[in-house]
Design a protein around this ligand. Structure first.
Ligand SMILES: CC(C)(COP(=O)(O)OP(=O)(O)OC[C@H]1O[C@@H](n2cnc3c(N)ncnc32)[C@H](O)[C@@H]1OP(=O)(O)O)[C@@H](O)C(=O)NCCC(=O)NCCSC(=O)c1cc(O)c2ccccc2c1O
Length: 284
């Protein structure tokens, strides 16, 4: 019998360990890919506040590492990607932080961080993606699922709900009727059903899960980082309201700063002269 920690997923890259002092996650890098693994298989990779904080730190590292072009989010073992918030530490107003005793719903911060990360984030799902763990895979740009993957929400069963991305973004992915079914009935869906409703991008045998995911990463890494960045923020802008527009506009500003026209404004200010924009064409 396999234990929750054991994995039959074949490694597909020469991963370098960057886990450092992390307690709840593993963090690896290889070939321009960062891999963040929730490492709490004894609770089906449920997250507590510390888990989320560590994931936030690792994701920030991946974002600011110029050698990294794509991020994989996954869970340790064959049995679960993530089973959502750790119900054992759920207090009366959130999940209790071991160190401070404060109550958190900090996975919501992580969701926004995944969405605004200018690099593609891919969920690599074996086993259960349930509750807040299901929303985490949903938020990722792409999901590669193993044949044993199972998806679903439990909120209304356990006294919780995610009325943010978990509801509205889900509806934009699977449609209003299906999203309401997923939340109202709290059923589980297998990988084939998830593929059928557009919740995942592809389904592969468990052993090939990482190989397929790394192949997708390698393809992405062949492509223009700026084009990918612009596309991600453009996809977000359509559903994220003012925050999405801010992200897309921020990328436009970054590109403008990279032009001579943008730099003329800065240079003129620093050189205490009037800017000369006459040499820049007005595009039709
Ligand atoms: C995930 C399961 C379907 C797996 O079932 P299976 O039969 O394979 O395994 P067990 O049930 O026996 O579990 C093994 C072992 O793990 C423990 N465990 C599993 N999940 C959790 C969990 N989420 N928290 C704590 N512990 C967990 C389980 O108790 C067993 O331990 P033993 O010691 O008894 O052996 C099934 O486990 C399952 O349904 N799990 C619960 C899923 C769930 O309800 N998750 C919480 C949903 S709410 C949520 O995630 C959430 C979090 C947030 O931070 C939010 C923030 C803002 C808005 C909303 C939020 C939100 O909804």
């Amino acid at each position: 019998m396999t234990t929750a920690a054991e994995s039959s997923i074949q490694p597909a890259a020469d991963w370098q360990d960057h886990s450092g002092d992390y307690q709840d996650i593993l963090y690896h890098k290889a070939e321009g890919i960062a891999k963040i693994t929730i490492n709490r298989p004894e609770v089906r990779n449920a997250f507590r506040p510390r888990t989320v904080m560590e994931m936030q730190r690792a994701l920030a590292d991946a974002r600011f590492d110029a050698d990294i072009g794509v991020v994989i989010l996954t869970g340790q073992g064959d049995l679960a990607f993530c089973s959502g918030g750790d119900q054992r530490v759920r207090g009366d107003s959130g999940y209790k932080d071991d160190d401070t005793g404060m109550h958190h719903l900090n996975v919501l911060d992580l969701q926004r961080q995944i969405r605004s990360c200018p690099k593609p984030v891919i969920a690599m799902v074996a086993g259960y993606a349930i509750g807040g763990g299901h929303v985490l895979h949903l938020i990722c740009d792409l999901t590669i699922a193993a044949e044993n993957a199972r998806f679903g929400q439990t909120g209304p069963k356990v006294g919780s709900f995610d009325g943010g991305f978990g509801a509205s973004y889900m509806a934009s992915v699977v449609g209003q009727k299906k999203a309401r079914e997923i939340w109202f009935l709290c059923r589980q869906y297998d990988a084939a059903q998830a593929l059928d409703m557009g919740l995942v991008n592809t389904v592969v045998p468990l052993e090939r899960l990482e190989q397929e995911t790394v192949e997708w990463c390698r393809l992405i890494l062949e492509h223009s980082p700026v084009a990918l960045r612009m596309l991600k923020s453009a996809f977000n802008a359509g559903v994220d309201g003012q925050a999405g527009i801010q992200e897309l506009a921020g990328n436009a500003t970054m590109l403008f700063y990279m032009t001579e026209e943008g730099q003329e404004g800065r240079n003129a200010y620093l050189e205490k002269r009037k800017p000369d924009f006459t040499r820049f064409r007005r595009q039709p």
